[in-house]
Design a protein around this ligand. Sequence first.
Ligand SMILES: Cc1ncc(COP(=O)(O)O)c(C=O)c1O
Ligand SMILES: N[C@@H](CCSC[C@H](N)C(=O)O)C(=O)O
Length: 384
Amino acid sequence: MSKMKIKTKMVHGGISEDAASGAVSVPIYQVSTYKQEGLGQPKAYEYSRSGNPTRHALESLIADLEGGVRGFAFASGLAGIHAVLSIFKAGDHIIMGNDVYGSTFRLMDKVMQNFGLEYDLVDLTDLSALKKTIKSTTTALYFETPSNPLMTILDIRQLTEVAQENNLITIVDNTFATPYFQRPLSLGADIVLHSGTKYLGGHSDVVAGLVTAKDTNLAERIGFMQNSIGGVLGPQDSWLVQRGIKTLALRMEAHAANAQKIAEFLEKNPQVSKVYYPGLPTNSGYEIASKQMSGFGGMLSFELQDESKVKYFVESLKYFTLAESLGGVESLIEVPAVMTHASIPKHLREAVGIKDGLIRLSAGGEDIHDLLEDLQTAFETIRN
Ligand SMILES: Cc1ncc(COP(=O)(O)O)c(C=O)c1O
Ligand SMILES: N[C@@H](CCSC[C@H](N)C(=O)O)C(=O)O
């Protein structure tokens, strides 16, 4: 039989039904502990932090989708990132993309550093900068592509080649692309992680993190940290994320189609000075994105010619809700410098190009005509 295609895997991948009852959705096992056969004889599960059938179904699904050996579900994306960073030890040096998500930076800078992890932020579009930063204690390379919020595209294949030559573990945050559009493990990465709060959940109703690894050694180390630190995803939320993933392919097509049209609309607008969307041929990441992604995603950012109008603009929209987060069926808009990336000091933010006036937008699944009309009205409002 031919291998299951990614779209089919979203519905039937991992553990997608209940063998005992025939239920076509995995039941919510709302339970903390499991009866043991005899002393020292647990069955498949012994305690729900260590393993829960509903969570396990989701974990097997993310592994299946990304091509990993085992998956892990956490109480948030950051809990997953924390567990992954915890597999390293004091004195290890990690190289991070210089425009990683603000709270990932904060976790590294304000938490992990206190436990002895060292890090450098590097512009990973510049391979020579990466090579110059690698030192004898460097153990890992960590990045997002597309990045939050500038949609910077990094060449996963090229970066993992450098990482492999230097025995570094490559960790990719695949939140923006999702496994529907991009699968970093197939391009040489070792660990892939997600804020499941975003496209995987897809309905702005759950906070979750998902991780998967390419080999059993890494998977065992992450699994040990998941159980030891304990930031696991509960059964209700595991079920919600699995349900979200069933429609991921359909939603991603809609998000990307809307984002492409919005980006083209913004690019033609004289009130806009710059648009960041990898699906625009004018974007510096367009060629690499076309090679390593099968779609450009639903996220984009832009700058207004007149930065003083940003507040007025984001507050005058009807369908774009002013809110942090992304990847839900409802369109969202936000200002990274004040909202999602406020945890990055201004000088670091500005050095990578996150200006105070940058606006980030998550294209939802609404009718594109309504979305464009809403934006057009806001542009007219700020012009008057
Ligand atoms: C790219 C990216 N990675 C990780 C996270 C962290 O995820 P969470 O909010 O689920 O902890 C976020 C957003 O919060 C994000 O945008
Ligand atoms: N206030 C939060 C930041 C949430 S950002 C959520 C999401 N990753 C996004 O980019 O929209 C914090 O301090 O962590």
